[in-house]
Design a protein around this ligand. Structure first.
Ligand SMILES: CCCCCCCCCC/C=C/CC(=O)SCCNC(=O)CCNC(=O)[C@H](O)C(C)(C)COP(=O)(O)OP(=O)(O)OC[C@H]1O[C@@H](n2cnc3c(N)ncnc32)[C@H](O)[C@@H]1OP(=O)(O)O
Length: 280
């Protein structure tokens, strides 16, 4: 499709996305006029913790971008935190039906973002623990600001990162580093993340990050989108197939795990600690 035609379609999507954003407003989508690349900004205050509503909007946004054959997407945050990960309140004293929908939607978001046909960049403009890290690991390229942290720190909450969380990290930094990171619940500083390959670039500001992200996506201008996306599928297909095959078992494991007394106690203490930190 010619760029002008594509941009016209993108603008139509933008109009729809804006209307949608106005109604719900947890995700903002802006399509760059020149490049056709969408900047997807998470905006659930205060820390973009991923609850059912935010995950649902992310899922709908990704579906819209895929349908409109997006040229690329940059995922970032409107706040100083990229994302605080899963909303702990979705797992603490959960309503079983909502918990089921919550986890299924997280799985859907992972599948859509991990297998997106268009190029994806995470512009990590603040802390990205646990589910925040997972979101960025689904992208093809990660750009991060200094003085932030990133990692799958689930063990620090007394819970275990599911196998597809671990696989997402392993595909980026390898088995050895993933094992060390997961068993200790490590949150990498920006410098440590760069050293281990968990992120690709460090930028000083979000604006600089947006330019770099556009540059990364622009680097595919002369590559056939078909060949590009099939190559991505070749590399990621095994991980996606194994997640999809195991998703019902994974859901049941999640529901059983969060009902355990020990897990509930741990989550309760963690929530208290977060609140005390704010009061101090
Ligand atoms: C064998 C396999 C078995 C598999 C079985 C399944 C097991 C389940 C796996 C579940 C996986 C979970 C992954 C997750 O994502 S869990 C969430 C992990 N997240 C964190 O640990 C981050 C916690 N937050 C922070 O560290 C900080 O908030 C921050 C992100 C660094 C930001 O710091 P800042 O100082 O700016 O902000 P505050 O700390 O003051 O927070 C502001 C308010 O936001 C509330 N908050 C923060 N994070 C969360 C969260 N994740 N969920 C809900 N609420 C959160 C915080 O309490 C403050 O609220 P308040 O204003 O009401 O006090």
């Amino acid at each position: 499709m010619a760029l002008s035609q594509h941009l016209s379609k993108s603008r139509q999507f933008l109009a729809i996305a804006r209307n949608y954003s106005a109604a719900a407003s947890l995700v903002n989508v802006e399509v760059n006029d020149k490049s056709g690349v969408a900047v997807v900004t998470l905006q659930r205050p205060p820390v973009n913790s991923l609850n059912l509503e935010l995950l649902t909007e992310i899922k709908q946004t990704l579906t819209g971008l895929e349908k409109n054959k997006s040229r690329g997407a940059i995922i970032t945050s409107a706040f100083k935190t990229f994302s605080a990960g899963l909303d702990i309140l979705e797992m603490y004293k959960p309503n079983p039906d909502r918990a089921k929908e919550f986890w299924t939607t997280l799985q859907d978001v992972w599948i859509s973002l991990y297998s997106a046909q268009f190029p994806t960049v995470a512009l990590i403009n603040g802390p990205a623990p646990a589910g925040g890290c997972l979101l960025s690991l689904c992208c093809e390229y990660r750009i991060m600001v200094p003085k932030a942290v990133i990692g799958l720190n689930e063990t620090q909450l007394g819970i275990v990162a599911p196998s597809w969380f671990a696989a997402s990290m392993e595909n980026v930094i390898g088995k050895r580093q993933t094992e060390l990171a997961l068993t200790t619940g490590k949150l990498f500083t920006t410098d440590e993340a760069l050293k281990v390959g968990l992120i690709d670039e460090v930028v000083q500001t979000k604006e600089e990050g947006l330019e770099k992200a556009q540059g990364f996506i622009g680097s595919f201008a002369r590559i056939s989108p078909f060949a590009r996306s099939l190559s991505k599928q070749t590399v990621r297909g095994g991980t996606i197939r194994s997640m999809v095959k195991g998703r019902e078992a994974d859901l049941q494991l999640f529901l059983a795990t969060i009902q355990q007394d020990q897990v509930q106690k741990g989550l309760g203490l963690y929530i208290e600690a977060l609140k005390k930190k704010q009061a101090a």
